[in-house]
Design a protein around this ligand. Structure first.
Ligand code: SF4
Length: 258
């Protein structure tokens, strides 16, 4: 069972939910590093300062301050001083936790998550998972390349949403993308009691769109305490932990494995 936990916006509770679900399997989350290998981003322009005649052709027209890899400067540069090179973006890491393999990455400052990076981390996870029955992916925020890379090849996208108009819009976008890749979409409403009207609107929209809500997590200050103390919320006896246990049971029922 391959489950990708997704959401378009950061801060909705993806990691809290993913870590909490992992503890229900159960396992120790203390990673023991085994190996790591370098990861390179998309090619960016690199200027050889010794050859540059400072004509500024490459910055005319107010181009982006930070290279976005369009390679226009390699065409306009009269001195032929720019070249496109892949830069070191960080490391793809493989660690062990009590449950089994843990595939993750460490990004260099200034590098964002890319679809390429997510694909490499996920492929390593698939390779290392062997015949293990559950693979959990803590997806990056967004509805573009990183989301597509996260959900392809998974059985379920568990979309974490909140009771707000923007979160509902995001949920629909993420669900559309996931379904386009043949992935079953389930939803969980986090902090469901913060805005009852919007929570109702989310329930109605999910019903209309055929998205099964597998749980609702109430606002619970223990979640903040658990983050502060670097412990999974399921280590506490609290309403959020109980709700996440119900989410896990419902996912199993939806997939016919519980
Ligand atoms: S176009 Fe080439 S020579 Fe001109 S400023 Fe840019 S890098 Fe330097």
């Amino acid at each position: 069972m391959r489950i990708a936990v997704a959401s378009r916006k950061g801060g909705t509770g993806k990691t809290v939910v993913t870590v909490a679900l992992a503890t229900l399997i159960p396992c120790s989350l203390q990673p023991e590093a085994v190996s790591q290998r370098p990861c390179y981003g998309m090619p960016c322009a690199e200027i050889n300062p010794d050859l540059c005649i400072e004509c500024l052709s490459c910055v005319d027209g107010g181009g982006p301050v930070r290279c976005e890899g369009w390679a226009v400067c390699t065409v306009v540069c009269p001195a032929g001083t720019t070249a496109m090179k892949r830069r070191y973006a960080g490391a793809i890491c493989y660690s062990k936790i009590a449950l089994g393999p843990f595939s993750h990455a460490r990004l260099e400052p200034g590098f964002g998550t890319s679809g390429l990076l997510v694909t490499e981390v996920k492929e390593q996870a698939f390779e290392r998972a062997g015949d293990r029955q559950v693979l959990l992916i803590d997806g990056p925020p967004g509805a573009g390349c990183p989301l597509i890379s996260t959900v392809t090849g998974t059985d379920v996208a568990l979309v974490v949403t909140e009771p707000s108009a923007s979160a509902l819009h995001d949920l629909k976008r993420v669900a559309t993308v996931c379904r386009g890749f043949g992935v079953t979409v389930l939803a969980v409403i986090n902090k469901c009691d913060l805005e009852e009207g919007m929570a109702d609107a989310t329930r109605r929209s999910c019903r209309d769109a055929g998205i099964r809500i597998v749980g609702e997590i109430p606002f619970d200050e223990t979640v903040i305490q658990s983050i502060r103390e670097l412990r999974p919320v399921t280590a506490y006896d609290c309403p959020a932990a109980r709700a996440i246990r119900t989410v896990w049971k419902n996912i199993g029922r939806e997939l016919g494995v519980a």
